[in-house]
Design a protein around this ligand. Structure first.
Ligand code: ADP
Length: 343
């Protein structure tokens, strides 16, 4: 069953300046998140990712459409009826959003106080959660006495205190260094595996997608333009806009600026080839070039790994006495893999 399902959801913000146009932040989006998924939402800044996620716990209210959370449409629910829904959805933030005047333990206790738990049950649950995130010894500390990674672990403990079935993470590791990011990602993976919590993560970081996400949706200008298995979307994006975004986060695909530099350095035609695990025979690709009398030089490249499956990109500079020979070879290579020529 879908834990979260959006059906034709739109969110239009009123114009921010007098006489300006309203902002269509979410434009008729439908999306299903299944129980146990770690669903990544990616896309350029301003694409609508935060708004989408904030609609799920009704921090923002939709303009149109249905938002089903565990089968219940929350789109039209009045504020007082949203409380039990929100208790079932935890959220963590880039800037942690801890209460500076409260100790770590009292930060974690906060949602339990709001939910009306007894003191004994709060104390027990706080201890259990701090133990889970490895911060039992920091119960009495204040947020500003903690490192960024520790703050986010408190954020996670707080988000999970009410035992939600869904966790929303909005750029939760973007303020952390790479090593701390890995620790927090490992913790989130345990949250998913051990508690079966469904996680929706907004991110612009490849690390997060690589280590955590199982599915991904690419957003562009308020729409979900592509979705699916993480490996498929990253190794072989179908839409130009998702290919463009993916190329900014995967290793081995030259940016527009890097292509300019490569073009200035190499006289040949510049093509980028995609290699998805063992499905593309590299020897065959290079054999096609050699067979057509095309000389090639590898000028850029890189390999990524998602869920243990490698995929890579190689950029080649191709030269031949005759342009038609290059076209003929590329024609045959296109039947083997994805070829992008820089024009
Ligand atoms: P992302 O998370 O992908 O960066 P957002 O969801 O924050 O994108 O924003 C999507 C669009 O909605 C942007 O054009 C943004 O300026 C606009 N927007 C977001 N919040 C508001 C708001 N409270 N009022 C008006 N416009 C908003």
């Amino acid at each position: 069953m879908a834990v979260v399902e959006l059906r034709d959801v739109s969110k239009i913000y009123p114009a921010t300046v007098k006489g300006g146009a309203p902002v269509v932040a979410i434009d008729n989006v439908s999306l299903e998140v299944e129980a146990g998924d770690v669903y990544g939402i990616i896309g350029y800044s301003g694409a609508g990712k935060s708004t989408l996620v904030r609609l799920v716990n009704a921090l923002e209210r939709s303009t149109a459409g249905q938002i089903l959370v565990n089968g219940r449409d929350i789109a039209g629910l009045p504020e007082r009826e949203l409380r039990p829904v929100r208790l079932d959805i935890g959220m963590i933030f880039q800037q942690f959003n801890l209460l500076g005047s409260r100790t770590v333990a009292r930060n974690v206790a906060y949602p339990l106080e709001v939910a009306g738990h007894s003191k004994e049950s709060r104390t027990a649950r706080v201890a259990e959660m701090l133990d889970f995130v490895g911060l039992a010894d920091k119960a009495g500390a204040y947020p500003d006495q903690l490192s960024g990674g520790q703050k986010q672990r408190v954020g996670i403990a707080r988000a999970l205190a009410t035992q939600p079935s869904i966790l929303l993470a909005d750029e939760a590791t973007s303020a952390l260094d790479p090593e701390t990011t890995q620790e927090v990602l490992a913790l989130l993976k345990r949250v998913n595996r051990e508690f079966g919590v469904t996680i929706i993560v907004i991110t612009h970081e490849m690390d997060v997608i690589q280590t955590l996400a199982t599915k991904v949706a690419v957003m562009d200008r308020g729409s979900v333009i592509e979705r699916g298995d993480v490996f498929d979307v990253f190794s072989n994006p179908q839409q130009a806009a998702s290919a463009s975004f993916v190329s900014t986060v995967v290793k081995g695909v030259p940016s527009a600026a890097e292509l300019e530099v490569l073009r200035a350095r190499h006289a040949g035609r510049i093509v980028t080839l995609a290699f998805r695990d063992s499905s593309v025979d590299q020897a065959q690709v290079f054999g096609e070039l050699a067979g057509a009398g095309v000389a090639f030089e590898v000028i850029y490249g890189g390999i990524n790994e998602i869920q243990g499956r490698p995929f890579g990109h190689l950029t080649l500079s191709l030269t031949a006495p005759d342009d038609a020979a290059i076209d003929a070879a590329l024609g045959r290579i296109r039947s083997l893999t994805t070829v992008t020529e820089a024009r």
